[in-house]
Design a protein around this ligand. Structure first.
Ligand SMILES: [Zn+2]
Length: 204
């Protein structure tokens, strides 16, 4: 009888704990950090829904234009942008009906983001992700050790993203899985997360 009880208790524990463990594995700290950085950045900078849709540009039968499919940095970035885009049009009880905090992107960034050249748009996205990640780092007042651990995790994630991009290019599938990267060898979001700019070819 006692054993049955123990068995039942461990079964309950398993059932209750198992899904959240799985969620933790899918969404580890570095993943969440990027998600929150991007979400917070969108609110703090006051991006318009149109701006976010421009970052999340997606042509028919392609994955997200400015991101690398299955890249561990691009994924949480996309998720946060999707969440921000689906926020309500108006916050309850707010006069004027805004549903964001900041005053919007600077004209320079806006011009870059809406440029006809994918490289310009990637540079804009890279500088946004750089700023948003750095902002959250300083907001959380992390210890040197915590900061170092995160930085290391981002470097690892970026490495995976770069390998993914390379394999799409080698396999001839980059036009679907990483459409904006035809002439660009590094990921805009990944470089942003590690505080690195984006090298783009000189305009012809
Ligand atoms: Zn990436």
């Amino acid at each position: 009888m006692k054993h049955d009880h123990v068995f039942f208790a461990s079964l309950v524990t398993f059932v209750l704990v198992a899904p959240s463990r799985e969620a933790e594995e899918n969404f580890e700290d570095a993943h969440r950090f990027i998600f929150y950085s991007v979400l917070e950045g969108c609110f703090e900078d006051g991006l318009s829904t149109e701006d976010v849709s421009q970052i999340l540009l997606r042509r028919e039968k392609e994955s997200y234009f400015h991101f690398i499919y299955a890249c561990p940095v691009c994924l949480p970035t996309i998720h946060a942008l999707e969440v921000y885009r689906s926020r309500p049009d108006h916050f309850y009880g707010v006069k004027g009906g805004a549903s964001t905090f900041g005053s919007g992107l600077t004209p320079d960034l806006k011009r870059q983001l809406y440029s006809g050249a994918p490289a310009d748009r990637l540079v804009a996205i890279n500088s946004l992700v750089q700023r948003w990640t750095a902002r959250r780092m300083s907001l959380l007042a992390l210890s040197d050790e915590q900061r170092g651990q995160l930085q290391k995790a981002f470097e690892e994630m970026r490495k995976k993203g770069m390998e993914t991009l390379k394999s799409f290019k080698a396999g001839g599938t980059a036009s679907y899985y990483a459409p904006a990267f035809a002439t660009i060898e590094e990921c805009a979001a990944c470089n942003g997360a590690v505080g690195k700019g984006l090298k783009v070819p000189d305009p012809q």
